[in-house]
Design a protein around this ligand. Structure first.
Ligand code: SER
Length: 887
């Protein structure tokens, strides 16, 4: 039974019993704790927790969720059942049926005969496990469904109690296993051997909430969920493996074709050698995972999701090389896996080109890396072996990484294959040093290269109190003054100084928003604040110039934000949130934020997306944004815990360290909810108009959108209007007729250019006649040598051909040069008779080249070149005739 059909039967079974079919969520959801969706229940989490009501008619749902789990990446190909990408089929009950319902559904679908819609598995081959004290589940299996007691086994927390590995819903579970027969392992059921007895379906009785903790069994159970729920997960790949009678999940209908292609491309056979087989399976598995990740918007990179994708793609390339491939293989692997997956995921069809482009670009880059890094690796390896060492030094591993872009896991793998260890500690220490250096460099840049130790005592003793969400002016005590990394007690007029206050209303640059501008006053003394930066998370440093008087440590000061600055800064930051929300609405959830910057009147927003946005998409984004402004939503800020914020659906950036207490900025409820510490308007209409300037690419897979906000938008739009009006007046047409007018003008221009070209041609033909009449005789040759004005190389060539024809059977040579506005193109043509007498156009072109500072070449009958000095043609022609005269 083909995979596609297995999926269909599953969905049909549950839809027929009233479940709502829910499409798979993308592999990436807004959850910083989760790199990729890794279970069918992930999109349903708020319903289990009782935070939202499930929007399904009978409170039940069914789905086939795309999942990626890369924790087991090293197991791929070695065991018979580990896939990094797999399809989890599930049925879910939110407070409806519980254990008996879930168990009965599963059993029926698995054992019902094929012609009645089931999978037709032999009940004698099915084993089940239940949680230690779950007599209720054991009883249902035995009494209701007749599973003999000796095929019901009990397992503890680590195996039969399921949670997401983080605080959230959890509960005991019951798993169903299929006995693949004694050739796969020992008797005794799943507790003895989980290769022979392959787990196919996990039924989770989701009834509790768990707290923090580590591992599968080391956490506290906080108490019951509002309702008892069911979450199940059937591994489609594993069922396919059984129903297709193949040995492992890599040989099923979806993946096997990739192995076949790999055999062809590498010249190695599959099924002959254990190590090679693992590589074939890695290629098949990773090709699919890589393809599905790119489909959902991931691009190869050096961190987080991007790094996982990079690692998968690189493992494919390396495996193929180890199997004997010498050239590029990626495109073939990608097209093959796309072909097998498209029936279940039709959206692949429209992304084929993008997927191939992304994967092939990574392949090209990596092949180059491999080339250079492998030499160094082999040298290092040889040297280590020569010295009888069993370890590759951390230093070498670091050079490979730092200079040659060799990922450490690759070094580890290659060393392992060569029977060497790698000094991981040494490598890690060097990496840590490098990171610290980079960080210090960055900070030093922001702080003018100053030594940061001077701030230490302030960070520890007096973290700054920030009051700027509510206040624009505040009284403060001057705690410190710093200049060039040195503490001062006083600073006088004209001095550039960094001021540390106990309290400040001024926003320090963070989350993309620039620091505030403003003033610090002490009595009559005024300091202009030109920037505010944070040291760590706690200390605000005001960069300022003393415009008059003097400031001293201990003074009482008044810090005041420049109101105009802040007003426009708030507009820009809130506009950034709206643009982000609009982007996701128009482009989908894979358009994940990759960075942003906003300052009064302007914002830019970077996001993951592999295609250029169309003008229409940009316009839609601008419209959605301005509509959100127009609704005049109240902008709410909510201080809460990270967990609550996520439960509310707030967007967090992956890889960002938010701490336990967070601030959520909400505009229009679910429309825009982001973790953010920035300053925002109170109502969305205060943002004013938002004008999108355009979009561009910033690195592979990341695009940037830029926009103006508030008065800047107005200024921009007004300038654009003035421009259009200026054009309209010079075209003497109303602005809305401009496009037509310009199109008509361009047409006219084209027609005129064509006509001119035609005239030129006629003129040339006329000239050609006079050139033939004026031809000179040099020895046995008839020679036409003419200098022309304003003709390009193509036109000269045409003319030379024409002249050659007119000369007919005589031994003739045509030399034409042109003064073409700084360029000096030239052409030499030789008739057949001329060639017969040993003249070659190419030689003549070389001769001409010398006099016009040019170069060129061609065939004996026609050659051309280009120089820069048209003044040299006369001398060139003389050289040609002199040459011919000697023949
Ligand atoms: N959530 C459970 C699992 O991932 C069942 O779907 O195994």
């Amino acid at each position: 039974m083909q995979t596609h059909e297995i999926r269909e039967r599953f969905i049909n079974h549950f839809v027929n019993s009233g479940h709502t079919e829910v499409p798979s969520a993308p592999l990436i959801l807004d959850d910083p704790t989760l790199l990729f969706v890794n279970a069918g229940m992930v999109p349903f989490k708020p319903y289990f927790l009782g935070q939202q009501n499930p929007p399904f008619a009978n409170g039940t749902a069914t789905s086939i969720q795309k999942c990626v789990r890369t924790l087991d990446i090293d197991e791929v190909g070695i065991t018979t059942r580990h896939n990094t990408f797999f399809q989890m089929a599930g049925n879910f009950s939110f407070g409806q049926y519980f254990k008996e319902g879930a168990i009965t559904h599963a059993w029926t679908l698995l054992t019902d005969p094929v012609d009645e819609g089931g999978f037709g598995l032999d009940p004698e081959r099915l084993w089940v496990t239940v949680f230690l004290d779950d007599d209720e589940a054991a009883d249902i299996w035995h009494r209701k469904l007749g599973v003999p007691k000796d095929r019901i086994q009990r397992l503890g927390m680590a195996d039969n109690y399921w949670s997401m590995g983080i605080p959230g819903p959890c509960g005991p579970c019951s798993e169903i296993y299929y006995d693949r027969g004694p050739e796969y392992g020992k008797d005794g059921g799943p507790v003895v051997d989980d290769t022979r007895y392959m787990e196919i379906w996990n039924l989770v009785f989701m009834e509790n909430r768990r707290g923090e903790g580590t591992g599968k069994d080391n956490f506290e159970i906080l108490g019951p969920l509002p309702k008892k729920n069911i979450d199940t997960g059937l591994g489609i790949e594993r069922v396919a493996c059984i129903l297709q009678g193949v040995d492992n999940v890599y040989e099923t209908d979806l993946l096997r074709p990739v192995i076949d292609v790999a055999e062809k491309l590498t010249g190695s056979p599959y099924g002959k050698d254990h190590d090679s087989d693992i590589r074939f399976r890695v290629i098949a598995d990773h090709s699919r995972t890589g393809m599905m990740l790119i489909l959902d918007g991931v691009t190869p990179g050096n961190e987080g999701r991007g790094y996982i994708l990079r690692r998968l793609l690189r493992r494919i390339i390396r495996s193929a090389r180890l199997l004997g491939a010498t050239g590029a293989t990626m495109e073939k692997f990608m097209t093959t896996i796309m072909d097998t997956m498209t029936p279940s995921y039709p959206e692949i069809a429209s992304s084929r080109e993008r997927i191939i482009k992304t994967a092939v670009a990574e392949e090209k880059a990596f092949l180059r890396t491999l080339e250079s890094g492998t030499h160094l690796f082999e040298d290092a390896l040889g040297a280590a072996k020569e010295k009888g060492q069993t370890t590759l030094s951390g230093d070498k591993a670091f050079t490979l990484h730092d200079t040659y872009g060799f990922p450490i896991d690759l070094t580890l793998e290659m060393a392992h294959e060569a029977g060497l260890e790698v000094d991981r500690e040494g490598f890690n220490a060097l990496m840590a040093e490098q990171k610290a250096r980079a960080k210090a460099d960055n900070r030093a840049k922001k702080h003018g290269g100053a030594d940061l130790s001077v701030y230490r005592e302030f960070v520890d003793g007096h973290p700054t109190r920030f009051t700027g969400y509510g206040n624009l002016t505040d009284q403060a005590t001057v705690l410190g003054l710093v200049h060039d990394g040195t503490k001062l007690t006083h600073a006088g007029q004209g001095k550039q100084v960094e001021v540390i206050l106990d309290t400040t209303p001024m926003y320090a640059e963070a989350g993309g928003q620039l620091g505030d501008r403003g003033t610090i006053r002490v009595g009559d003394t005024v300091l202009d604040v030109t920037d505010v930066q944070k040291i760590g998370k706690k200390l605000w440093v005001h960069k300022a110039v003393v415009t008059n008087g003097e400031i001293g440590v201990g003074d009482t000061a008044v810090a005041e934000v420049d109101k105009k600055w802040r007003h426009a800064a708030r507009q820009a930051h809130s506009a950034t949130h709206l643009i982000h929300a609009a982007l996701r609405q128009i482009l989908g959830p894979t358009a994940v934020q990759a960075g942003s910057m906003n300052k009064p009147g302007y914002l830019r927003f970077d996001f993951n997306y592999t295609e250029q946005l169309s003008a229409e998409q940009l316009q839609q984004i601008e419209t959605v944004t301005n509509e959100a402004v127009d609704v005049d939503w109240q902008v709410n800020t909510i201080e809460t815990t990270l967990e609550e914020a996520k439960a509310m659906g707030a967007m967090a950036l992956f890889g960002e360290n938010y701490g336990h207490n967070v601030r959520v900025v909400e505009i229009g409820g679910p429309f825009s909810m982001e973790l953010c510490g920035g300053t925002h308007v109170d109502h969305s209409s205060q943002i004013g108009p938002v004008a999108v300037l355009g979009e561009s690419s910033v690195g592979s897979g990341v695009r940037r959108i830029e926009a103006y906000s508030g008065l800047e938008s107005f200024g921009y739009l007004s300038k654009e209007r003035a421009l259009a009006e200026g054009l309209a007046s010079s075209m003497k047409a109303p602005t809305d007729e401009l496009p037509d007018r310009i199109a008509a003008l361009t047409e006219k221009l084209k027609a005129a250019e064509k006509q001119i070209a035609e005239f030129k041609k006629q003129q040339l033909q006329q000239q050609a006649g006079t050139f033939v009449d004026d031809a000179s005789t040099v020895g046995a040759f008839t020679v036409i040598a003419e200098k022309l004005e304003g003709l390009g190389g193509g036109e000269l060539r045409q003319l030379a051909t024409d002249l050659k024809n007119r000369l007919g059977d005589v031994p003739g040579v045509v030399v034409l040069g042109s003064d073409d506005g700084g360029k000096a193109p030239f052409v030499v043509g030789v008739t057949a008779e001329g060639i017969a007498r040993g003249v070659k156009a190419g030689d003549m072109v070389k001769l001409v080249s010398r006099h016009v500072n040019g170069r060129g070449g061609g065939k004996p009958d026609m050659a051309q070149g280009q120089g820069t000095d048209a003044g040299g043609f006369d001398a060139a022609f003389t050289a040609v005739t002199d040459d011919l005269a000697t023949r």
